[in-house]
Structure formats: structure tokens, C-alpha cells
Design a protein around this ligand. Structure first.
Ligand code: CP
Length: 367
């Protein structure tokens, strides 16, 4: 493994081992204070962030390394038209590891293909957010002691909520997990996750619209913000943004030991009064995120090559899986914006000839 683009690249055993490292960092921070001395992390954030960027930066500082980068793509040469591939190739000459957030789905995948240092997907559009999942998993393990046998309710914007996509992919590999997807019909979980991840793993699930109905069955309630920035139609966002508001009253029917998670930022979907409930764990998630990012940086740098040769910065030829015959259907995919990027896909259903884009997982169509 070079970087981390998708949570499914990590095995359950690797995640366990990283959680153990995170626990050791929590108990013995001094042991790790110089682990990354002389190493540089580049944070390339083309989309706003508070937690992910600052926790990556804090993580690298606490490991004794240093940080370069930008928090706004408008301060980079992307505004002059530089491609994601070129940006990654260039930054790979300066840094030992890159964390990239981008509003274009699949952008970190392109960075990874064009770069000699590990690239971490720090959130790509409405697609995936694997390092938030690492924070979520450590929080679940610390609070519940297990992943197996849990009923997990995901509530809110399950369509654009990239943290939901990554977390349900990760949890689908554990035994006897059940999912309750609570969303308005406009913001339902993407069908590729239902058919190709959840059903494929024989995970029991229900889809519903009522948080109140679901509440008594849940061991974990994972609230999410309606992602205004992803809507084409702002009127639709205004109509849906307050679909679910968790209040102290609504928790009356919840289990005593249910935990409430949220990747944050929150807007209205969790009332501030809920913060005083001992079941609220969303600020613990923030802290756990820093420790898991420390564990991830350690793991990836362990496997990374020392030094970069001029040869290594030469682009690797791309394989056009689609032979020019297919194009991704998702207009927010990197395949529509990056110059000279060839469509790559995987065949997920031979009988129904379902092909998915390797960058963003949307269907590809014949052209
Ligand atoms: N959870 C999360 O990704 O938060 P930021 O957008 O602030 O990084």
C-alpha cells in the first residue's frame, strides 16, 4: 500500500493495528515525538476544512515532522490552470507524504498515480473520506468495545455525505452489523453502496425517513449535515437542510448506551443542548482523528521509499481500460476536468454489464 485513497484498501487487521498504535500514542506520546523528524507532510486543500487539515498538521507536528501546503486552492497554481497530476508531481519533489482534499471526485486518485510519495485522500467531493472513517472507527472501538453486532443508524444527507460512504464500506466487513439509513428520498444512500458493498457483504439494512421510528433500535446514531455545497439546486437545499434536527427530547427513546457521532461541522442537525448528553461523542471523534492520522502517517512513511530520483518524477503511462469507448456519467468526476486523463473502469456486474469509474465509482457509459 502506498497511500490511502479508499478505506477498503486497508484490511480489518491493518485498521486494528493502526488503532493499537493510536492507543499507544495516547498512552505514551513522548515515544513518538521524533518519529517523523526530518519528514515533511504537504496538505493540499482545494476545499475548506477545519478538522481534517488541522488534525493532519497537528499529527505531523506531534510526530516531530514539519508541514508545507495550502488551505485554499486559489492560492495555488491551480488557478493558472495547472492540473492535479502536475500539482502532485511537483509537490512530491518537496514532501514525503501528501494529504489532498479536493471538490472534484477522484482527484486524489489522479494525484496518487502521478506522484512518487504516498497520497492520502482527505475527502474528494461527495465520494469518500477514509481518514474520517479511521476517526469514527477508533471512537466506536473506544466507546462500544466492538464493531460486531451493532445497529448503526446513518441520518441526514446520505447521498453527498462522503463520510457515510466510507464508514459503511468499512463497517460492512464486520460480523452481524446492521444499518438503518434514515434520509429523505432525495438524499438516499447511493445505490452502488447498497448493491455492491452492503448486499454483497450480506449486511442487513433498512431505509426509512423517520428518525423517531429508528431511534429505539440504534446502538450508534451517525448524524450528518446536509451538504449545501454539493447541490445544483439551492432551493432544494433550502427545502431539505433541516430535514432532521436531533434534540434532547428525541433522545428519550434512545438506548442508554447509544452513542451519537457526527463527522462535523454541524449546522442545525444536532441542537447544542445534546452536547451535554453523555452519549454525545462527536468531539471525542475530533481528538481520535488526530491520533489515527498520526498512526496513518507512521504506517505510510514506514513503507515509503527514501529519496526521489529525477526518473521517479517522470509520469507513469496510464492504461486506458476503456479503450476510448466509455466515459464516466458523473459530471463532478475528475475524468471530465483533468487534461489527458484516460477513463479507467472496473466491471462490477458481468451479467448486467455494469461498469464503474475507478476514480469516482459512478457508472460509465458507452460513447
Ligand atoms: N470532518 C471533516 O472532514 O471536517 P472538516 O471539513 O472541517 O475537515
Amino acid at each position: 500500500m502506498r497511500g490511502l485513497l479508499d478505506i477498503s484498501e486497508l484490511t480489518i487487521e491493518e485498521i486494528d493495528s493502526m488503532m493499537n498504535t493510536a492507543e499507544d500514542i495516547i498512552a505514551n506520546p513522548w515515544k513518538y515525538a521524533e518519529s517523523c523528524k526530518g519528514k515533511k507532510l504537504a496538505t493540499l486543500f482545494f476545499e475548506p476544512s477545519t478538522r481534517t487539515r488541522l488534525s493532519f498538521e497537528a499529527a505531523m507536528h506531534e510526530l516531530g515532522g514539519s508541514v508545507i501546503g495550502f488551505s485554499d486552492g486559489d492560492n495555488s497554481s491551480a488557478v493558472k490552470g495547472e492540473s492535479v497530476a502536475d500539482t502532485a508531481r511537483v509537490v512530491g519533489c518537496y514532501a514525503d507524504i501528501i494529504a489532498m482534499r479536493h471538490f472534484i471526485e477522484g482527484a486524489p486518485f489522479v494525484a496518487d498515480r502521478n506522484c512518487v510519495v504516498p497520497v492520502i485522500n482527505a475527502g474528494d467531493g461527495g465520494h469518500n473520506h477514509p481518514t474520517q472513517t479511521l476517526a469514527d472507527l477508533l471512537t466506536i472501538r473506544r466507546e462500544k468495545g466492538t464493531f460486531s453486532g451493532l445497529t448503526v443508524g446513518f441520518c441526514g444527507d446520505l447521498k453527498y455525505g462522503r463520510t457515510v460512504h466510507s464508514l459503511c464500506t468499512a463497517l460492512s466487513r464486520y460480523k452481524d452489523v446492521k444499518f438503518v439509513f434514515i434520509a429523505p428520498k432525495e438524499l438516499k444512500i447511493p445505490s452502488y453502496l447498497i448493491y455492491e458493498v452492503i448486499e454483497k457483504n450480506n449486511i442487513e439494512y433498512v431505509e426509512c425517513e423517520s428518525l423517531e421510528e429508528a431511534m429505539p433500535s440504534l446502538d450508534i446514531l451517525y448524524m450528518t449535515r446536509v451538504q449545501g455545497e454539493r447541490f445544483e439546486d439551492k432551493a432544494e437545499y433550502e427545502r431539505l437542510k433541516d430535514s432532521y434536527i436531533l434534540t434532547a427530547d428525541k433522545l428519550a427513546t434512545a438506548k442508554e448506551d447509544m452513542i451519537i457521532l457526527h463527522p462535523l461541522p454541524r449546522v442545525n442537525e444536532i441542537s447544542v443542548e445534546v452536547d451535554y448528553d453523555s452519549r454525545a461523542c462527536y468531539f471525542k471523534q475530533v481528538l481520535n482523528g488526530k491520533y489515527m492520522r498520526m498512526a496513518l502517517i507512521l504506517k505510510l512513511l514506514e513503507g515509503a521509499k527514501q529519496g526521489i530520483s529525477a526518473d521517479a518524477v517522470r509520469p507513469k503511462p496510464m492504461v486506458d481500460d476503456a479503450e476510448g469507448k466509455y466515459k464516466c456519467e458523473n459530471p463532478k468526476c475528475i475524468t471530465h476536468t483533468e487534461q489527458e486523463l484516460q477513463q479507467a473502469f472496473r466491471l462490477v456486474d458481468k451479467e448486467q454489464n455494469i461498469l464503474r469509474c475507478k476514480y469516482c465509482e459512478a457508472r460509465v457509459k458507452n460513447i
